[in-house]
Design a protein around this ligand. Structure first.
Ligand SMILES: *Cc1c(COP(=O)(O)O)cnc(C)c1O
Length: 480
């Protein structure tokens, strides 16, 4: 399998060649040159596979430069019941991503695809845990080291740290803004005592942290001298790891590969639902891919109107589903590439226009009609919708869902079709957003055993001023 850039650059690279890369040299994102096609017969053969074996089948199609035996070891080390046992307790925990059926609404079975039982209780663990093992594997093979630099306001940083802790050849420098995360989120990250993890708390807000990461990464000499890398959501390996659970969800939800299933995905940077798009392009019988947004509705606006209008920071709302608070969706370019017939020159022009004019408008264009041929529809949800949905799902089905999943359930209900099962992706567990759960239900959500008392654990952080030079010096000192 070769990978090409969405902006038409001439390079064709292999999986291992793009594993540690960020953007392509022309500023585009890497995409497979073609999509492997999965027949109904193959799908049926996959029905009996464990999650790890299913992951091997799918990943090997995209990473043919990793020997199959090695890939098997990596997948079986990653997708174990022990790694994914931290959240809700299921009888079928070996499924890794069990389905929690809620019930039948207007002739449609609606269920939660449970993706949040990994160590940080959010779906990002599904891909990040694999990334940690892939990185360790390739770094050892090439006798290299990597220093991951990132900024976080919550979920990504903790998922990265729990994936990279204790990994040989890897250090993580994670910047987080002082006093902006919940006590639970702070405890999760700051209580890690692994010597390869450095939590740097800076005065300021998330954007200050993000600016420092950009400044350090843009210093190309420093970047190469200190082997700086990232794990952000445009990383192809993260996207492809997520393709696996669309197949797993489909196979668990159906008994025949003639059936179709719809997926509703709480979305921010479009990484999660992009994986659904790829699964569908591979032939997985997906009826609809429903993009659910919160008040930050740049994607809902696009899928409804064909007008992509990135927001300014001042127009980006701080909401109670904070992991979906984005102003532009970094993986969206991957869909645009397929949607516009893989015309790299056109994609390049459109995303240059996003930088100069803030977006592009296809509302009157014939291509607008093509969006639905890719199965995409969308909807949005507000704080009040979240509260109502959390209350209603708790009352009727006895399940407490988190705020992001609530956005998904709310929007999924706008697209129910008789006899097409609907899976809503459960992207986090309620304990991570307990303030809003308490607002909705009047009590705090149940805390999984492993997390009782984590706020009392000793914390290890480095407090620093938001200064690029100081952060660079810190990295230099700790990578000797
Ligand atoms: C990251 C995240 C999302 C958004 O996922 P994208 O891949 O960025 O679209 C949704 N919910 C939760 C809980 C998340 O952590």
């Amino acid at each position: 399998m070769k990978y090409i850039s969405t902006r038409g650059g001439p390079q064709e690279l292999s999986f291992l060649e793009i594993l540690l890369a960020g953007l392509a040299p022309d500023g585009g994102l890497y995409m497979p040159k073609s999509y492997p096609q999965i027949s109904k017969k193959t799908l049926d053969q996959w029905r009996s596979l464990s999650y790890a074996d299913l992951a091997v089948e799918i990943l090997q199609l995209f990473s043919d430069d990793i020997p199959l035996e090695d890939l098997k070891v990596i997948a079986h080390k990653t997708y174990t019941a022990k790694v994914y046992c931290h959240g809700r307790q299921y009888d079928n925990a070996n499924d890794i991503t069990p389905i929690h059926w809620l019930g039948n609404e207007f002739g449609t079975e609606i269920g939660l695809l449970s993706l949040s039982n990994g160590p940080t209780l959010a779906f990002k663990d599904m891909a990040m845990q694999l990334l940690g093992n892939l990185f360790e594997y390739v770094l050892a093979q090439q006798n290299r080291e990597l220093n991951i630099l990132g900024a976080t306001s919550g979920d990504t940083g903790s998922a990265a740290e729990y994936a990279m802790r204790g990994k040989r050849g890897i250090k993580v420098f994670m910047l987080s803004p002082s006093g902006k995360m919940s006590a639970f989120q702070c405890a999760q990250m700051y209580s890690l005592q692994d010597t390869n993890i450095f939590n740097i708390v800076i005065e300021g807000v998330f954007d200050d942290a993000q600016d420092i990461v950009k400044a350090v990464s843009n210093d190309l000499n420093f970047k190469s001298a200190y082997k700086i890398g990232t794990v952000n959501s445009i990383n192809w390996a993260r996207v492809v790891a997520q393709v696996v659970y669309y197949f797993a969800g489909y196979l668990r939800a159906t008994s025949s590969s003639e059936e179709k299933v719809s997926f509703c995905v709480p979305s921010g940077n479009f990484g999660n639902v992009c994986a659904g798009h790829i699964a569908r392009m591979m032939g997985l019988p997906i009826q609809k891919l429903i993009v659910a947004t919160n008040e930050n509705d740049v994607l809902d606006e696009f899928f409804k109107t064909g007008h992509y209008r990135a927001r300014k920071s001042a127009e980006t709302f701080h909401t109670s589903s904070p992991s979906m608070d984005i102003s532009k969706a970094s993986n969206f370019e991957r869909f645009v590439f397929d949607w516009l017939g893989r015309d790299g020159a056109l994609v390049k022009q459109l995303f240059a226009q996003v930088e100069t004019e803030g977006g592009f408008d296809y509302s009157g264009h014939p291509a607008k009609k093509m969006i639905e041929q890719f199965g995409f529809v969308s909807g949005k949800s507000t704080h009040e919708n979240r509260l109502n949905t959390i209350q209603q799902v708790s009352r009727v089905y006895g399940v407490v869902i988190d705020t992001h999943t609530a956005d998904g359930v709310k929007v999924a209900r706008e697209y129910l079709e008789p006899h097409v099962k609907m899976l809503v992706l459960e992207t986090a567990l309620p304990v991570k957003f307990s303030e809003t759960i308490e607002e909705a239900l009047g009590y705090l959500p149940e805390r999984p055993d492993a997390f009782i008392g984590i706020e009392e654990l000793p914390q290890r952080v480095y407090e620093m001023k938001p200064e690029v030079l100081a952060i660079k010096e810190f990295i230099v000192r700790h990578t000797r």
